[in-house]
Design a protein around this ligand. Structure first.
Ligand SMILES: *Cc1c(COP(=O)(O)O)cnc(C)c1O
Length: 369
């Protein structure tokens, strides 16, 4: 029996070892261990990749959301609209500002934010909306942008799972006012440690975020505000530059696997495949199917060498972190996704043969339930 890995974070190092090792040596030899050319060069390349004017490297993906919210002076008494179905970091970023969270249901087809429901949730207190391009599938946020036009509401994309995803020929990161990315090692573009970035075409916002992550200063020892420390490590920036050159190839592999899964798994009883919005090109950070007997299916797959994962098993409003405040909410679509979701292996480490084998095993298992 063969067995497949769900995720292989070492794969990218093995396939780029000479470039990564050279990047390491360059930064070490430069003597610049904070800031410097490795950082500015990555920031420029990533801004270009995202079709935005500016990129500010920060310490991690959470800070890439917290810092722009802080820069907008969002705080207690304000409302921030968040998708109910997302990784908890989206909620934590909004909660960190002291604002009240307004969770919005998932679209049952894409499992991402229901955009019409988000528009309906806007009130005079709304100051920010955080659409998440969950699993690598872009949220069609143009109607949201139209709805906030002329109002003091920032649309901050959480693009942590969607590097390079497109909708209507535009890249995520360039759809809203700003976007936060994570380069956690398991993400589509991952560092070899923690890292994140904010992209935006607003110079003012980019400057404020840079200041916020650099002790409130642009000029050494001239502190304009009570900032924190959240900077992108130049070693990680150098690694990310090497990896960015390969990202589109790796995304193509993810798309090939997703294509095989979508084709071979269509029409199976009780199995729901992930839907994508029109005119969109997802990057398939995750491939999430749904089945009412998810746990049985999961165990059968594992017996046959196919590891799976759950994204996410507990809804944020029912988590220990948030249930005291938000546990009373009824979010049935999100709750159903948590009960039935199952993530299949996907990533640049999987070949077409692997994907075909996995889909074949899954077909057998579903038909035997
Ligand atoms: C990974 C992730 C984050 C947080 O990124 P970190 O780099 O782990 O801080 C935020 N939002 C989503 C949707 C994520 O998947």
């Amino acid at each position: 029996m063969s067995s497949y890995s769900f995720l292989d974070v070492g794969f990218t190092y093995r396939s780029l070892k000479p470039e990564i090792d050279a990047a390491y040596a360059r930064v070490m030899d430069s003597g610049m261990y904070i800031g410097g050319r490795a950082l500015t060069s990555f920031e420029q390349s990533f801004a270009t990749y995202c079709q935005t004017e500016h990129c500010v490297g920060v310490g991690n993906g959470l800070d890439a959301l917290v810092l722009p919210l802080r820069a907008h002076k969002i705080g207690p008494g304000d409302e921030v609209i968040v998708p109910a179905n997302t990784f908890i970091a989206t909620w934590l970023a909004a909660a960190r500002t002291g604002a009240t969270l307004v969770p919005v249901e998932a679209d049952p087809v894409t499992m991402g934010l229901d955009v019409q429901a988000a528009i309906a949730a806007i009130t005079p207190r709304t100051r920010a909306i955080l659409p998440v391009h969950l699993y690598g599938t872009p949220v069609p946020i143009q109607p949201l942008m139209d709805a906030v036009e002329g109002r003091d509401i920032v649309v901050l994309e959480d693009a942590a799972q969607a590097h390079g995803a497109e909708i209507g020929n535009r890249r995520v990161g360039a759809l809203g006012h700003a976007a936060g990315f994570s380069f956690y090692p398991g993400k589509n573009l991952g560092a070899f440690g923690d890292a994140g970035a904010l992209v935006t075409s607003s110079l003012e916002l980019a400057d404020r975020v840079r200041m916020g992550g650099n002790y409130g200063s642009h000029v050494k020892y001239d502190h304009q505000e009570q900032g924190g420390n959240s900077r992108l490590d130049p070693l990680q920036a150098a690694f990310l530059s090497a990896k960015l050159a390969r990202l589109d190839d790796w995304t193509a592999r993810r798309r090939a696997t997703a294509g095989i899964y979508l084709e071979m798994l269509e029409g199976l009883p009780e199995l729901t495949l992930p839907g994508v919005p029109p005119h969109s090109l997802p990057v398939w950070h995750l491939f999430v199917i749904r089945h009412p007997q998810r746990d049985v299916l999961r165990a059968r797959l594992l017996e046959r060498g196919v590891p799976t994962a759950l994204h996410y098993p507990i809804a944020n409003h029912q988590s220990g972190a948030f249930r005291a405040e938000y546990g009373h909410l009824a979010l049935p679509v999100t709750e159903e996704i948590c009960r039935t979701c199952l993530s299949l292996p996907i990533g640049p480490h999987l070949s077409r043969e692997d994907a075909t084998d996995i889909a074949g095993i899954l077909r057998d298992c579903v038909l035997q339930i």
